[in-house]
Design a protein around this ligand. Structure first.
Ligand code: GLA
Length: 725
């Protein structure tokens, strides 16, 4: 709920309050944290900061505020920077008032099912532009969203050099920042950085949100943990700055690198929506972010819909397959209880390796034997059928490029840089967009696909569009147009489930989740590496979004099929192996795993996530638990990677997220590599399970498929069910 009084703007969510004060031509940020009672007077907050003048050679804008600009004699990063044609880059913004708004419009995806929105208005005495800042709350979650728009009512042309989405200021002399950074194949690994003085920054300059730095991050100060994210898939920047006057500023939003948005008179520029939340623990931040994603970002048709167990042929065949081979995999998958066959890269044009074909989205009949009949045969087996595409790419060796070289993103007169032998398309070209939209909709409808894996396998270079009047707009306009296309396509085939992918998980963000409920987490399907990748991903994104598959290669020696399952069995679960070439014993293992997953599907997909103990990046013992909202059911996975100590130290674990007053039955999932005597169950109250150290014997015994102790980690899975109270 949002309350406006003459003096205050009080933005309340289910758990938090953001309290602002109208203070002359400024807006003070008095408080952000746990929810506060309403009161007539909050004068006790930040009084000192309001009036104190510091050394005249210093940063003098120490008042905490949600809005800042260039030209304030400030040594902190600004929220907005505008410039005029003559190069003027300072502004003098004045706060003009706040009012409740009947929503807002944006060319970008923004949260669905909004609650109230308040609009703050600032006008610039230098350029004459107006900036509106919008804060929105939601009835069912603790998150607040915020973004801004610049309206160019100056009568002349302006440039938006920067427009961030969220600014929060605090009194703080230190803070710690947790970011999720990595590379292809090792995405979203947790990093913790202690800050004392200076500026900490992560960003993406690659044209995608990137595996290098995810836009989700957390900041810890005093007893509060705050989480931030963006509903945006392009270049982003996150700044946490501590000034020598012990003030902390947090800024998130669009990266101003490679960005200089030309705004003609009368035009409006809208920044992506930021989302933030404050909580007592990291876990609570994650759960609130998950709730926000499922209730306000993901397409409601899919948000809580059971997701099929799939098999994908990529790691089984790469480009080397025929339609018959795919059908063989599908038949075997059906026998194992798997519900969907996904045909990955290589089915179209001249795509027999990664050097040709992107752009030619038509069936390579010679290879597939006819996709339509393959799709029909797979459907007749009782399986769903999924297809891989990479529409934002084109290859020089393709019919599309030969006919339309202008569809590629490239600078006139220069040979563009190829990555993975491919070029990005120029998404700002309306003719290309229409071509892709029509072609893909027809393809998906003709084949009756149930699922699409939408890939994006390279970062952007040669950023240029012959269709853009001004190139400084391009990084932003790319996504305005890409989102438009995604909207048109997903609305035309509303029953098709989309999974976003970008060389694994290089575009895992809320902008993509708005259109595609699932996200391929990483090309690294090695179960040991996935411990860290998936933990990092779950910090900000819901389990039902997380694509995790059991592989049959990529494994360090010793990781059993059972541990691969224990690690992969998450929301968007499947297999990525040549199921036709595994032995009979393994097929029987897979059958049992699939049956187990399907039996407990709801507890794997639509649940609250609790990390068990410390992060696995910091500790040898850990795991995760998925708990139903009513606390009646849970799945817990325990992990021991203390490989050097397996002889003599018994691991001890504590469960989380249960109801202390419920009596639970805890049942270990039977594993083919464990003798019956090692599979046990017991009953205990939630309080004991959550407070005591539970002894699970030595997990390493029998861990590998060869029943020896040669694995790099050991795992067990438990189903926990309420049986009384
Ligand atoms: C990317 C994806 C893989 C696979 C290949 C196909 O790397 O992450 O899963 O689809 O492309 O080329």
């Amino acid at each position: 709920m949002i309350k406006l009084t003459e003096k205050y703007i009080k933005i309340d969510t289910t758990k938090n309050t953001l309290l602002l004060e109208k203070y002359g031509d400024r807006v003070l940020q008095l408080y952000y944290g746990k929810k506060l009672h309403d009161s007539d007077n909050y004068g006790f907050f930040a009084v000192e900061e309001r009036d104190k003048w510091f050394g005249s050679n210093d940063d003098h804008t120490n008042i905490p505020t949600v809005f800042s600009c260039n030209g304030e004699c400030a040594n902190k990063e600004a929220y907005v920077i505008l410039s005029k044609e003559d190069g003027t880059f300072t502004s003098r913004f004045e706060f003009k008032g706040a009012e409740m708004a009947e929503g807002f419009s944006s060319p970008l995806p923004t949260a669905r099912n909004k609650g109230e929105t308040v609009r703050l208005c600032f006008t610039d005495l230098v350029t004459g532009a107006t900036v509106y800042q919008y804060y929105t709350v939601f009835e069912d979650c603790a998150c607040i969203t915020v973004h801004s728009e610049v309206v160019n009512n100056s009568g002349e042309q302006l440039f938006v050099k920067r427009l961030m989405s969220c600014q929060l200021d605090f009194a703080a002399e230190k803070a710690s920042v947790t970011t999720y950074d990595g590379t292809w194949d090792l995405e979203r690994l947790r990093h913790d950085t202690e800050l004392t003085a200076g500026r900490f920054e992560i960003d993406s300059k690659l044209g995608i949100s990137s595996a290098n730095h995810n836009p989700f991050f957390m900041v810890k100060t005093d007893n509060t943990v705050m989480g931030f994210n963006l509903v945006w898939s392009g270049n982003h920047k996150e700044t946490v700055e501590i000034s020598p006057y012990e003030r902390m500023r947090i800024l998130t939003g669009l990266n101003d690198y490679g960005f200089n948005y030309k705004l003609n008179a009368g035009e409006t520029f809208v920044s992506p929506e930021a989302v933030f939340v404050a909580a007592d623990t990291e876990g609570e931040v994650s759960r609130e972010m998950h709730k926000f994603s499922l209730k306000h970002v993901v397409n409601p048709n899919f948000a809580y819909k059971p997701r099929p167990v799939l098999i994908n042929n990529w790691e089984a065949t790469y480009f080397d397959f025929t339609g018959d081979k795919i059908y063989e995999i599908a038949k075997k998958a059906k026998e194992c209880g798997i519900e969907m066959m996904v045909l990955d890269d290589g089915w179209f044009g001249a795509r027999n390796n990664d050097r040709a074909g992107l752009g030619d989205w038509y069936d390579n009949v010679e290879k597939t034997g006819g996709l339509k009949s393959l799709s029909d045969k797979i459907h007749e087996l009782g399986l769903k059928f999924g297809l891989w595409v990479e529409p934002e790419m084109i290859q020089v060796d393709s019919d599309l490029y030969r006919a339309h070289p202008e569809y590629a993103m490239q600078i006139p007169g220069l040979t563009p840089i190829e990555r993975r032998h491919q070029l990005c398309v120029d998404m700002c070209n309306p003719e290309l967009r229409q071509y892709l939209t029509d072609t893909l909709i027809k393809l998906f409808k003709d084949l009756g696909v149930d699922y699409v894996k939408w890939d994006h396998n390279r970062a952007m270079s040669d950023v240029y569009s012959s269709c853009e009047a001004y190139q400084g707009n391009y990084f932003y306009d790319y996504y305005v147009n890409q989102y438009k296309m995604l909207k048109d396509i997903t609305e035309a085939v509303p029953d098709v489930l989309f999974e976003s992918c970008a060389s694994g998980g290089s575009r895992y963000d809320l902008g993509m989740q708005y259109f595609m409920p699932q996200n391929w987490c990483s090309d690294n399907t090695n179960a040991f590496a996935r411990l860290f990748i998936q933990e990092g991903t779950l910090a900000g994104y819901p389990v039902s979004s997380l694509g995790a598959h059991v592989p049959n290669h990529w494994e360090r020696p010793g990781v059993s099929w059972e541990s691969r399952f224990n690690v992969s069995a998450m929301g968007a679960f499947g297999y990525e192996c040549d199921i036709t070439s595994v032995d009979r014993k393994t097929i029987s293992v897979i059958k049992k795993q699939v049956a187990y997953f399907k039996k407990h599907r709801n507890v794997f997909q639509y649940v609250e996530y609790y990390r068990l103990g410390e992060s696995l990046c910091k500790s040898d013992l850990g795991g995760w638990s998925f708990v139903s909202e009513d606390k009646k059911e849970a799945i817990a996975v325990i992990i021991d990677k203390k490989v050097n100590n397996f002889w003599f130290k018994r691991p001890r674990f504590t469960f989380a997220g249960l109801n202390p007053d419920y009596l639970y039955k805890v049942e270990m999932r039977p594993q083919s590599n464990l003798p019956e005597s090692k599979v046990f169950s017991f009953t205990a109250y939630g309080d004991a399970l959550m407070n005591g150290k539970l002894d699970f014997d030595n997990l390493y015994w029998h861990e590998t498929d060869g029943h020896d102790m040669g694995s790099v980690f050991a795992s067990r899975m438990f189903y926990i069910k309420k049986i009384g109270r």
